[in-house]
Write a protein that binds this ligand. Structure first.
Ligand code: NI
Length: 134
């Protein structure tokens, strides 16, 4: 197994870093790097799970986002119209002054659903885009 290591730097909102540090203390993590490595592995495992979905699926995408990020609401709407074939319903909740939660019920081809989740998840201002299938 390779033991090569790369060093990267990243920028985070202070509130996200504070929250991370709280969790690190609570879980007694050795370092931020260790916690971020675990979080990355989780992110990649989730991506792998999604990319292996096949056939017809029924589920929901939960999207948490900041509605005041420029252009985001319009783009989210455009994307949903472009993928209307697999969207059965959508529910919007104004969580607080800044955040919105959108629950998009999806039904259809796994490939199409995956494209939709991947596009939404990569948008700036989207904090989480979680797919659940039933
Ligand atoms: Ni809202």
């Amino acid at each position: 197994m390779s033991s090569r290591i790369a060093r990267i730097s990243l920028t985070l909102p202070c509130e996200l870093l504070d929250e991370l540090d709280r969790v690190l203390r609570a879980q007694r993590y050795a370092s931020r790097s260790e916690a971020i490595r675990d979080a990355l592995r989780d992110f990649l495992a989730n991506y792998k799970w999604r990319s292996e979905l096949k056939g017809e699926q029924l589920g929901a995408i939960m999207v948490l986002y900041e509605h005041d990020v420029r252009g985001l609401v319009d783009e989210l709407m455009d994307i949903q119209h472009q993928h209307s074939k697999v969207i059965s319903a959508a529910q919007h909740l104004h969580v607080d002054a800044k955040n919105c939660l959108e629950i998009i019920v999806v039904k259809g081809a796994a490939d199409e659903i995956r494209k939709l989740v991947d596009r939404i998840g990569a948008m700036r201002g989207v904090k989480q885009a979680k797919l659940v299938v039933v």
